[in-house]
Design a protein around this ligand. Structure first.
Ligand code: ADP
Ligand code: ZN
Length: 613
């Protein structure tokens, strides 16, 4: 690799970086702030990079590691992915290796020797390994181009990816003051950003904040009944053969949803903390290596799933904050092609999560913050305007116009005047003494002939049977909306007993009106089918694309790597459209650098020749 030339001007350096981008990675130009970030590191400065998933963070340290003398040391908590990351770099013709607890002594020794001899471009290291005195003194004897601290939000005690070792990484600054450092994360919130700067001593670093918009992700959130059936219809209509993730709250639900999907004919693997390490790893591996698999998981699954072609992320439970929702949905569509974030939620979610925020032994401050986060999440769900605008606004970003790629933009929801119905619901809660849960109150409203009601004498209440115009399902939706919008609250003991809030009184006194989303929204099936194929290929192109994919699968299997490490779908789609039949033409396809061209170009040209257009 070209060594760094101390005489070069910043502009020279950047054009050198661009040539390398083209030759090694096969891309024409930098994206977002990549160019500036690379310049910063080449000039010896530190950088903090906040970029959404799929934004292109890795190039920000890979290119300067190649251009500066010595090895780029990448700190990453994602041990399970290191092998794939290193394989991907080797496919590009780079000299990469990793050190973590999974290696045998011999491999460790060989890697250490390669490090000392200056034979590595990039070295991935687990944080606990890096912090050992042995590793640190080894690094002192090597030439280091830079330190990259990936998934830097792991320093944050507040996030669920917290890693204690990350808090000790400031030692890098102390022991290697002259080596530039770059910290990277896809976490968007302000507090985490500040924690990274403080904990890693990055006060001097240039900060690059990218837009957190993921325009290729379509957001859809619905409260209609029968979430499982709707999930099935969504999979059938939109993603019959695509890979994706379905998130559930509990292990039990993960298991049952995975079984249910499998029974209906979709291969679905469970993933949660209750499974053995071995089985979890196996399921993750299959998800990465095979095409079209679904993983049904708790939030234990996901950090660093850098599979680029996850086409959908579905939630069968409400995430507990917008941060979590953004992070989890962000695993869809890293490759920039269209992807879906689909969420179904219901009354029980709201009650369960409310109680979870109250039940913990945490401090009052923590509970209040958890409660506010849940409220913000519910706000997004009940919204009748553009979801993307609201989501980005929460992270401090302004999107000028509605996005046109969320459910509310595509199919504006209807609202109805729910003032009268809400008053009935609230007075029914009040008249029965604020001692009952949703189901009981709905029975009162609909005037159900019930033993318990008669025993309580509640059939004589003035509110008994005043709500027959709505059925039980519709009342449940209304109660959920009342809970979500803070007109009702549940007791702190966890019995689900409904209580009025101060806000409810305004409504009961007729001081405010309430307009809500229509209880039942028309189902997607009712409107014109999207029939959106991800890549918008014609019929002949589609056939060629499938043939290219199967060649890719064979090559990937032969080498024991995930297919996307050979080429991304977007690269194969370009091939199917442009039909290059010489290596020269092939070189012009995005995502094909020199090494991959030499390695795979012929094999794919063969497939193209076999499929005349
Ligand atoms: P992140 O780590 O930010 O989630 P990656 O580094 O994995 O993102 O990059 C996401 C995808 O974008 C990868 O497929 C990568 O090859 C591609 N990519 C990155 N930079 C560029 C670029 N300048 N031009 C084209 N594609 C790029
Ligand atoms: Zn929108």
């Amino acid at each position: 690799m070209p060594a760094h030339d101390p005489q070069a001007t910043p502009a020279d350096e950047l054009s050198q970086a661009r040539r390398l981008l083209n030759r090694v990675f096969g891309y024409d130009d930098f994206r977002h702030h990549q160019g500036e970030i690379i310049s910063t590191l080449l000039a010896g400065g530190d950088a903090l990079v906040l970029m959404p998933t799929g934004g292109g963070k890795s190039l920000c340290y890979q290119l300067p590691a190649l251009l500066r003398e010595g090895v780029g040391v990448v700190v990453s908590p994602l041990i399970a992915l290191m092998q794939d990351q290193v394989d991907a770099l080797r496919q590009l013709g780079l000299r990469a290796a990793f050190l973590n607890s999974t290696l045998d002594a011999e491999t460790v020794h060989a890697t250490e020797q390669a490090l000392l001899r200056g034979e590595l471009d990039l070295l991935y290291v687990a944080p606990e390994r890096l912090l050992g005195e042995r590793m640190l003194s080894l690094l002192e004897r090597a030439r280091i181009a830079l330190f990259a601290i990936d998934e830097a939000h792991c320093v944050s005690q507040w996030g669920h990816d917290f890693r204690r070792e990350y808090q000790q990484l400031s030692v890098l600054h102390q022991r290697f003051p002259a080596v530039p450092r770059i910290a990277l994360t896809a976490t968007a919130d302000q507090r985490t950003r500040q924690e990274i700067i403080d904990q890693l001593q990055l006060q001097e670093a240039a900060v690059f904040v990218n837009s957190f918009d993921r325009p290729n992700i379509r957001y859809t959130i619905s409260d209609a009944p029968n979430p499982r059936e709707r999930l099935w219809r969504f999979l059938e209509q939109e993603h019959p053969r695509d890979a994706g993730i379905v998130y559930c709250l509990s292990r039990k639900k993960v298991e049952s949803v995975a079984e249910w999907l499998t029974a209906r004919g979709r291969e679905a693997l469970p993933y949660h903390a209750g499974l053995s390490d071995g089985l979890r790893r196996h399921h993750q591996q299959r998800f990465l290596r095979e095409e079209g698999l679904i993983v049904v998981a708790t939030i234990a699954f996901g950090m660093g799933i850098d599979k680029p072609d996850v086409r959908f992320v579905a939630h069968l439970n409400l995430p507990k904050s917008l941060e979590a929702y953004y992070q989890e949905t962000g695993r869809a569509g890293r490759d920039g092609l269209p992807a879906d974030a689909w969420l179904a939620y219901g009354l029980q979610d709201v009650i369960t999560l409310r109680q979870m925020t109250q039940d913990t032994d945490a401090t009052e401050d923590f509970k209040r913050s958890a409660h506010q986060k849940l409220e913000a999440m519910l706000g997004l769900c009940e919204l009748t305007s553009c979801r993307r605008q609201a989501l980005l606004a929460y992270f401090g970003e302004t999107l000028e116009a509605p996005c046109g790629n969320c459910d509310n933009c595509l199919q504006p929801p209807q609202t109805w005047d729910a003032t009268e119905a809400a008053r009935k619901a609230l007075s029914c809660v009040y008249r029965s003494g604020q001692r009952f849960g949703v189901n009981y109150v709905i029975e009162l409203l609909t005037g159900k002939d019930d033993e318990r009601i008669r025993r309580n004498g509640h059939h004589r209440l003035s509110t008994f049977g005043i709500g027959r115009e709505l059925n039980a399902v519709e009342w449940r939706v209304l109660f959920r909306q009342l809970l979500a919008q803070g007109y009702l609250d549940t007791d702190l003991e966890g019995h689900g007993t409904l209580r009025l809030t101060a806000r409810a009184r305004l409504l009961l006194r007729g001081e405010i009106e309430l307009h809500l989303r229509r209880l039942r929204r028309p189902e997607r099936g009712a409107r014109e089918r999207r029939g959106r194929t991800v890549l918008a290929l014609g019929e002949a192109e589609q056939a060629l694309f499938e043939a290219l994919r199967s060649r890719r699968r064979a090559l990937a299997e032969a080498q024991g790597v995930p297919p996307y490490i050979i080429f991304h779908d977007s690269t194969l789609a370009e091939m199917a459209q442009r039909r290059p039949t010489s290596l020269g033409e092939m070189a012009g396809i995005p995502g094909i650098g020199e090494t991959k061209l030499n390695r795979f170009g012929k094999a794919f040209i063969e497939v193209i020749r076999e499929h005349p257009g």
